[in-house]
Design a protein around this ligand. Sequence first.
Ligand code: ISE
Length: 340
Amino acid sequence: DDLRIGVIGVGIMGADHAERLARRTARARLVAVADPDEVRAKELATRWDGVRSGADALELIAADDVDAVVIASPGFVHEEQVLACLAAGKPVLCEKPLTMDSESSLRLVRAEREVGRRLVQVGFMRRFDPEYAQVRSVLAGGSLGRTLLLHNVHRNASVPSTDFRSEMIVRDSLVHEVDVARFLFGEEVVAIQVMSPAPTSHAAEGVVDPQVAIFTMAGGGLVTNEVFVNSQVRYEVRCEAVAERGSLVIGRPSTGLYSTSVAVGGGRWGGSVPADYRTRFATAYDIEVQAWVDSALGGEAVGASTWDGYAATAVSTAGMASLASGERVDVHLVSPDTLS
Ligand code: ISE
């Protein structure tokens, strides 16, 4: 039987996931959407037959005809909603960030351990992006030797509202680079320093944008990051990995056919720059959500775990302190053996 799914949150990502589940994901059936903005929830639900809407997330989680849940609400309500899914024994795909601070993320790690099996996948979709997955497999394969450095660029054209403050740039945007660094190095981030260059005139009053952050990895490797959310360009996410015997670059616009003839392809080389993350990572989201549905039907969760979500949140928590002080701040993680 198909997996009957409820989606919580009908903002940009909730609506995108709902569409994906309703039309493009095998063995998935979207049955309900919930959002405190009932009008918007209803509007979304009417796009498909047999999908109901409501205002109450906890009611959706408890419903008998909901087998599994996608959480695409804002981060500050994730803890309560993930805990409700764990209590109900329902698989959940929770968008990043897992929660707002490391203590609350750790509570979720512990709550899931008590259930005794993985029920949570955190929505770090870049792990499912074919380019990032390829870099990971090359680096892990060892042919380039030890990984030394990563250089990341993450630019959004603009942000949805002036409520998108400096802290959100760390917690909601830079957090993707945190997960990428952990994923590609296969190590924890042990320290972070966030620097505040002169802001663009397109940033809201008082918002530090762009930001430059440096991560120190457990093995001593370094990661440089530019995050720039009001860049006025289209969507640019690039990553260069530098290893002992070579470097790898991903995130160039797709090159398509390289033609030197004006008659074929206009003698140009290049592709178009995506407008936002929904286009750039469309394939990653499709693969991520399909993997989640398959794992929910067949066994334990895959992809980023509650531990990965916790480790990323712990880096954001330290990043927030560094944003305020400009100093390098150590990241504190509990030892994994204190968990069981
Ligand atoms: C947003 O929440 C995302 O997750 C996007 O991937 C990121 O590019 C954007 O900066 C965030 O606001």
